[in-house]
Write a protein that binds this ligand. Structure first.
Ligand SMILES: Nc1ncnc2c1ncn2[C@@H]1O[C@H](COP(=O)(O)OP(=O)(O)OP(=O)(O)O)[C@@H](O)[C@H]1O
Ligand SMILES: [Mg+2]
Length: 250
């Protein structure tokens, strides 16, 4: 019987539901708290009793990424591969992938030092959006309406310890309705799709910031674009397409 290991760092109802579905599909499914793992990594063939197939559900981006790399090195199949995690968890890598595939994406500049931020801002114009390259729930995703505000944002970012925060991902502000669309793609289909409405006094639509989700039946254009976005993240993976969330504004 196929042994499925569901790795998590915070156990939510979704992980329990996935375990049940795994069992319904005939797997021997188990839940494993990644925070308790100590793995020998110098002997790549040793699977450390982690089963045949893993589903990576860790919320922490770097924990998920490094643990998945370790599992893949043990020749354990991970449904959501490290390549997908790396690209989806990094806004710069996602922008590069979408741009290469000529999929419309907001105009974006990278300034590799604080000193070159004004140059990028001049090319984009105001208002503009500044984002950390990795991160979620809208944290530190900031709107600069003018050069002075942008300069203060840069000064604050320069105080952070992480050197990755000292490179600047700057994006045009997309004039959109006070909502956007989130589509979750599994294989070649949209598994779930919602409109996300920003709460009062907030421009970001993240549910973590008080945004409201409403079910939305995707029409053909949304369907086509969401699937082609997701494909850019796993073009090589024909058997098991990952669960890929995409943020899209149409
Ligand atoms: N360029 C933009 N123009 C207009 N609104 C934007 C832009 N970029 C982001 N937003 C808004 O800010 C929100 C957060 O941005 P983004 O999705 O990039 O951050 P995140 O931290 O990765 O969020 P999540 O955890 O939902 O993926 C988006 O859902 C959208 O509502
Ligand atoms: Mg995101």
């Amino acid at each position: 019987m196929l042994q499925l290991t569901i790795l998590f760092d915070r156990l939510r109802w979704e992980e329990k539901a996935l375990k049940k579905e795994g069992e319904n599909e005939g797997c021997e499914a188990s839940l494993l708290d990644a925070k308790g793992l100590v793995l020998e990594v110098s002997t790549p063939r040793k699977r450390n009793g982690l089963g045949d197939l893993a589903l990576q559900r860790c919320i922490s981006h770097y924990r998920a990424l490094y643990l998945t790399k370790i599992l893949e090195n043990m020749s354990l199949e991970v449904v959501n591969s490290s390549a997908v995690t790396e690209n989806c968890g990094n806004k710069l890598l996602t922008t590069l992938l979408l741009g290469k595939a000529r999929i419309p994406t907001p105009k974006t500049y990278i300034a590799l030092t604080p000193d070159t931020v004004p140059q990028a801002a001049e090319a984009l114009g105001f208002p503009l959006v500044m984002k950390p390259m990795t991160g979620s729930w809208g944290r530190m995703v900031s709107l600069a309406r003018d050069g002075e505000t942008l300069q203060s944002m840069v000064e604050l970012r320069e105080q952070l310890q992480n050197p990755a925060e000292h490179m600047y991902y700057l994006q045009e502000f997309v004039k959109r309705p006070p909502r956007d669309i989130r589509a979750v793609v599994a294989g070649d289909e949209i598994a779930a799709c919602v409109y996300r409405y920003a709460p009062e006094g907030e421009w970001r639509t993240n549910v973590a910031r008080g945004g409201i989700s409403k079910a939305f039946k995707p029409h053909g254009r949304v369907q086509g674009r969401a699937v082609s976005h997701a494909r850019q993240h796993s073009p090589q993976n024909n058997q098991v397409r990952p669960f890929t969330g995409q943020e899209v504004d149409w």
